[in-house]
Design a protein around this ligand. Structure first.
Ligand SMILES: Nc1ncnc2c1ncn2[C@@H]1O[C@H](COP(=O)(O)OP(=O)(O)OP(=O)(O)O)[C@@H](O)[C@H]1O
Ligand SMILES: [Mg+2]
Length: 337
């Protein structure tokens, strides 16, 4: 008998390849063109169609904040290689020249953060290196990634890593200032405009090195509505499992969340916070009510399994079968039914 590995659980390779576009479109709403382009670029690398001695792919994702650039990278990596089999570098944490030593190591005994992460990636069976917000990096640090001509990187301890089996995904907001006003224009026009704007920030030889440029558009009201619906359903499902009791979403909740969470320029970022805050606040109030009524003594280590079981037991004492999330004034409250 063949032992089941995480690989097998994620389905056969060809199934993962075939479902990649659909998978990322489900996770990242309203970016069908970017999803298709991204999936094709990644699969070209996976199938060995890209040049030897270079990274499997070397892509830049452009577009306004909160539109799915990071999430799409993570979603694809999860499907292809499994959870956490990805290196995520946020360049906002590498803005100073001295951060270079943290990245590549300080001395002969130091493999650096990147070296350690590459070791972890190999062990996890992943092939994706995400370099987020490249414009924030110190220029020497940006050059480690942008200058990856030979697909190698050497750490302070002398250890060289070959990156020819790696997809290097760079993301940036450069050139995206006008993206929201272009909300209803055809994708090709938006993409061309953002690419033109962004390329002025890079040296021409660096710009030419990207095997593909993938533009994300600003998120319209309609798209943000769909995202709100998905997030609300997800959060209710997550909390239902946590509490051991089904949570249904009552009338008015969805409209309230969309009205609170829609944002012109910040994309879907505020929506996630809005959903999480209001749903959780409603649950917190209900639990506090239960605790006050019953005077239950809680253990100190609230994270333990027993505590979580106790939480479920407290919720079980509520009458009815379902918990209904309802809008009361400007707050979400839990009603039992
Ligand atoms: N198109 C989308 N569909 C669904 N969720 C989205 C979408 N865009 C963003 N989100 C949600 O918004 C949050 C931020 O998304 P993400 O980090 O992917 O944005 P980004 O484009 O990388 O932004 P930044 O330019 O600031 O790095 C995440 O919680 C993500 O789930
Ligand atoms: Mg991002």
């Amino acid at each position: 008998m063949i032992a089941s590995s995480p690989m097998q659980k994620r389905g056969a390779q060809h199934e993962r390849w075939l479902s990649l576009v659909e998978h990322i479109n489900r996770k990242v709403v309203g970016q069908p063109e970017a999803a298709k382009r991204y999936a094709r670029a990644i699969l070209a690398g996976e199938m060995g169609l890209t040049r030897k001695g270079r990274p499997r792919s070397f892509l830049i994702k452009l577009g306004p904040t909160g539109t799915g650039k990071t999430s799409m990278t993570v979603a694809a990596s999860e499907l292809l290689y499994g959870t956490d089999a990805i290196i995520r570098l946020n360049m906002a944490e590498f803005q100073e020249k001295r951060d270079l030593a943290r990245l590549l190591g300080e001395n002969r005994n130091d493999n650096g953060y990147l070296g350690d992460e590459l070791d972890r990636l190999r062990k996890a069976g992943g092939h994706m290196l995400l370099v987020d917000e490249i414009e924030k990096a110190h220029k020497d640090i940006a050059n480690v990634f942008l200058g990856m001509e030979g697909a190698t990187v050497t750490m302070a301890n002398g250890k060289t890593y070959y990156l020819d089996d790696i997809h290097c995904i760079v993301t940036s907001n450069l050139g995206s200032a006008d993206a929201m006003e272009m909300g209803n224009l055809p994708y090709a026009l938006v993409a061309e405009h953002i690419e033109q704007e962004a390329m002025t920030h890079f040296r021409p030889e660096v710009w030419a090195r990207f095997t593909d440029k993938i533009v994300f558009r600003g998120l319209t009201y309609r798209v943000q509505e769909q995202i709100a619906r998905d997030m609300l359903t997800d959060e209710a499902r997550f909390q239902s499992a946590r509490l051991g009791r089904e949570i249904v979403i009552g009338d008015g909740v969805f409209r309230f969340i969309v009205a609170q969470g829609f944002h012109e320029t910040l994309g879907a970022r505020p929506m996630r916070n809005t959903v999480e805050y209001h749903v959780r606040a409603g649950i917190v109030e209900k639990i506090l009510e239960c605790l006050a009524e019953k005077g239950i003594e809680l253990p100190k280590d609230w994270e333990s399994e027993e505590s979580q079981a106790l939480l479920k037991a407290i919720v079980q004492t509520l009458p009815g079968s379902k918990l209904r999330l309802e809008l009361v004034g400007q707050e979400l409250k839990i009603r039992t039914e």
